[in-house]
Write a protein that binds this ligand. Structure first.
Ligand SMILES: [Zn+2]
Length: 483
């Protein structure tokens, strides 16, 4: 996600030969999970019927006895406060806070003993009849109805669009070495700060039944039709998000093998060029993406934007320069989130600092170095002003980067630390080792961990692989005050 910011910087070293090596996908973390979804949208009632079949091959360990899913519509029922930071609550719910709801008609499978449905908020645990052997598969089915909340968040409907992101049970990432797992699965609630989505890539197909006049874009390309129903499918997606709009235009643009679709009210066709240029630049300097279709959705939104696999929401209330900055940032998340997974809850700086720095790269390569410098300066000023203000108030302002999203005082602390300080720390590395070396290191990072998962040490190692000591340099910059 991008809380709006503007950045700033310093002179970048001229890029020399960019890396043109295609990303090699690692199967190490890629659990062979397949989702088949049937989604029936009633636009008049703002309800959605979903039938879901998840096929899971046990690639985790011998004898797993449960499968743990995240079901985030539960976060919007108001059983608990809505998952929105205090500073964004009025823009998230401009018509007042209202509840979404859901009802499960069925949850189970032939190998299922019992199912715990959201006894812990947003968490579904499917207990199996008998432990599953390594390599053995099982099929879990869910049928449920959703009533969407009216809000400008990632999930729900607003004046313009229906945003269906993380709207169905998603299998949690398996990591038996992580802290606080449930049978080895890492579950996160829908936290109000940052992006709580940490999942492995999976294969998806989705059949959509909605009014034929409605425009739709999805993380997976549209691959066919079944009567009036639209079919979307793709392998190895980080998530599957779907956006619908009854009265929308779709503008497309293409470059270097990529096609961008912009879902908008007629006012944002120009943004398609921003996105194809960003895709082109990042592909050249990092690596190409496996899926060549990307979508932007311009809609009322609580912050500047939010990233999803092969798609992003961008607020329809930004200035021209904010729009280009946000598009460049969100497109960068295709490398730093969607392709290269990381723990956005425990290590939120990792993808956000890279997306911020990639935005600087975008403006540099678009021959707008002065604007990149303005962004750098604004990031630095925002950070320094925050620290000075907190100190004047007698508050702790250490802006420790190595915190989980749940450990931040508020959204401002999070924004200043993750989007400003961590990005500036990465930029100091660029100045020290050269932009070309940093790009090559990030290219190696994406190639090594593409469609997989990386922690902070993996990023440090990728830097060291290109420039000895660069990993320690970044770690030191992230740990310093940068004042
Ligand atoms: Zn972001």
């Amino acid at each position: 996600m991008k809380v709006f910011c503007s950045i700033t910087v310093i002179a970048l070293v001229i890029f020399l030969t960019p890396s043109l090596v295609a990303c090699e996908t690692s199967a190490e973390e890629y659990a062979p999970v397949t989702y088949s979804l049937s989604v029936d949208v009633d636009g008049a009632e703002n309800t959605v019927k979903v039938d879901e079949t998840v096929t899971v091959v046990n690639s985790f360990r011998e004898g797993i006895d449960r499968l743990v899913f995240a079901f985030y519509p539960d976060a919007f029922t108001l059983k608990t406060p809505p998952p929105v930071d205090d500073v964004n609550i009025s823009s998230a719910y401009p018509y007042g806070i209202n509840a979404g709801s859901y009802a499960f008609l069925q949850a189970g499978g032939k190998d299922v003993k019992s199912v715990s449905l959201c006894e812990t908020p947003c968490k579904i645990v499917v207990y199996l009849d008998a432990p599953l052997s390594l390599g053995e598969s099982t099929e879990i089915t869910f049928s449920f109805d959703l009533t969407l909340p009216l809000c400008n968040t990632r999930y729900g409907y607003n004046d313009f669009s229906v945003n269906l992101t993380f709207f169905f049970p998603v299998l949690c990432r398996y990591d038996e070495n992580a802290a606080n797992t449930d049978g080895g699965f890492v579950f996160y609630g829908y936290e109000s700060t940052g992006d709580p989505f940490v999942f492995n890539c999976a294969d998806y197909d989705l059949t959509l039944d909605c009014p034929s006049s409605w425009k739709a874009v999805c993380s997976a390309p549209e691959t066919g039709k079944d009567g009036n129903k639209r079919i979307f499918s793709a392998d190895a997606l980080r998530d599957l998000s779907l956006f619908l709009a009854p009265d929308a235009e779709i503008t497309t643009a293409s470059k270097d093998g990529y096609t961008v679709k912009v879902l908008h009210d007629g006012s944002f066709s120009y943004a398609a060029e921003y996105a194809v240029n960003a895709l082109s630049i990042y592909s050249e300097y990092f690596c190409p993406l496996p899926v060549k279709e990307y979508s932007l959705v311009f809609t009322p939104f609580m912050t500047a934007g939010a990233e999803f696999c092969n798609a992003a929401i961008v607020s329809d209330a930004l200035s021209l320069s904010q729009t280009e900055t946000t598009v460049a940032h969100e497109v960068a998340h295709q490398w730093w989130y969607s392709l290269t997974g990381s723990d956005q809850v425990r290590s939120p700086w990792q993808d956000e600092a890279l997306a911020q720095w990639s935005t600087l790269l975008y403006f540099e390569k678009r021959s707008m170095k002065s604007y990149a410098d303005t962004i750098r300066k604004n990031l630095s000023t925002a950070y320094k002003d925050y620290v000075a203000t907190q100190k004047a108030l007698g508050e702790n302002a250490d802006c420790n980067v190595f915190r989980s999203t749940t450990d931040y005082r508020d959204g401002t602390d999070y924004y200043i630390t993750v989007y400003c300080k961590a990005a500036l720390a990465l930029d100091t590395v660029a100045q020290s080792i050269g932009t070309r070396n940093l790009c090559n290191a990030l290219s190696g990072y994406a190639r090594s961990y593409g469609l997989s998962y990386a922690d902070g040490d993996d990023l440090f190692s990728s830097l060291d692989a290109v420039f000895a000591g660069a990993g320690a340099l970044l770690k030191s910059a992230l740990s310093s005050t940068l004042l």
